[in-house]
Ligand binder design. Structure first.
Ligand SMILES: [Zn+2]
Length: 245
C-alpha cells in the first residue's frame, strides 16, 4: 500500500527530480511537493524509489519523446507496466519542434502510454512542443480525463480548448524571460494554473530548478495583478484536485 502524499505549501508540477544529486533531491523534497517526471525505464524506476523515500514526491513513469529513438519497444512495455506503482504518467507526448525525425516512433510510444493512463485512470504530464493540437486531440481520442500541458507555448486559441476541457497548464519558471509564456500565463485562468521548474535544464542561461518557483510567483503576481499568496494557494489546491489528494 503506498503512503499518502504530503502536500506542502509550495508545489512543483513538473520536475526531473531523478536527475539531481542526492543532496539536492533531499533539499527540494523537504521544501516542495514535487511531481517527479521520468524519461525512460531506469529513471522511472529511480523516481518510484524516490517516492518511497520522500512522501512529498508524486511519481510519474514514462518515456520522453526525446528518448523515442533510444529505447526498445520492450523497454517501453516494461515502463508502461511500472504505471501500476505510479500516480501519474509522464513525461510523455510528441515533439516536432526539437526532434521531428522520430515523430512516427514517438506516436507509437505516446499511444501506449495513453492506453496505460486510461487503464489505471492516471493523470498525464505532457510534452507537446510543436504538436499541441495533435496531443490535445489524442487526449480526447483516448478518453484522458486528467492532463497537464507542461510549459505550454502553443496557440492561444487551443489554450481556450484546453481550459474548457478542464485540463491544466503548468507555468514554467522561464516565465521570467520568455515573452510567449507570459502571454500564456496572462490568458490562463487561475483555476487551470500549476507551477513548475522542469529542472534540471538550462533555458537561455537560466538554470531551472524548484528553488526558482518563489521568484516566478512574484513575477506572475505582477503580471496578473494577483497577490503572491493567492497564486501559491491556487497552484497548491489545483495540484490537490488533479491528484485527488
Ligand atoms: Zn520536462
Amino acid at each position: 500500500m503506498r503512503r499518502k502524499v504530503r502536500l506542502l505549501h509550495l508545489v512543483d508540477a513538473h520536475c526531473h527530480l531523478h536527475d539531481f544529486t542526492d543532496t539536492r533531491i533531499r533539499e527540494f523534497a523537504e521544501k516542495f511537493t514535487i511531481v517527479a517526471v521520468s524519461d525512460d525505464e531506469p529513471s522511472s524506476i529511480k523516481t518510484l524509489r524516490l517516492a518511497e523515500t520522500y512522501d512529498t514526491v508524486i511519481p510519474c513513469v514514462g518515456v520522453h519523446p526525446w528518448c523515442a529513438d533510444k529505447v526498445t519497444m520492450d523497454e517501453v512495455e516494461r515502463t508502461c507496466r511500472l504505471a501500476e506503482r505510479a500516480l501519474c504518467v509522464g513525461e510523455v507526448g510528441l515533439d516536432t519542434k526539437f526532434v521531428p525525425d522520430t515523430i512516427e516512433r514517438q506516436r507509437e510510444i505516446f499511444t501506449k502510454f495513453l492506453q496505460v493512463a486510461r487503464e489505471y485512470s492516471l493523470p498525464v504530464n505532457l510534452h507537446s512542443a510543436g504538436t499541441w493540437r495533435e496531443v490535445y486531440e489524442m487526449l480526447l481520442r483516448y478518453d484522458i480525463e486528467r492532463a497537464v500541458f507542461h510549459w505550454y507555448t502553443g496557440p492561444l486559441d487551443l489554450l481556450e480548448d484546453i481550459v474548457r476541457h478542464g485540463f491544466y497548464v503548468s507555468i514554467n519558471v522561464a516565465v521570467k524571460i520568455q515573452k510567449k509564456h507570459q502571454e500564456v500565463a496572462k490568458r490562463l485562468p487561475l483555476e487551470n494554473m500549476l507551477l513548475e521548474s522542469d529542472g534540471p535544464y538550462t533555458y537561455r542561461g537560466l538554470e531551472l530548478e524548484p528553488g526558482l518557483i518563489q521568484e516566478s510567483v512574484k513575477i506572475l503576481s505582477q503580471l496578473l495583478k494577483v497577490d503572491s499568496e493567492t497564486i501559491v494557494e491556487k497552484a497548491r489546491s489545483n495540484l490537490a484536485r488533479l491528484f485527488r489528494l
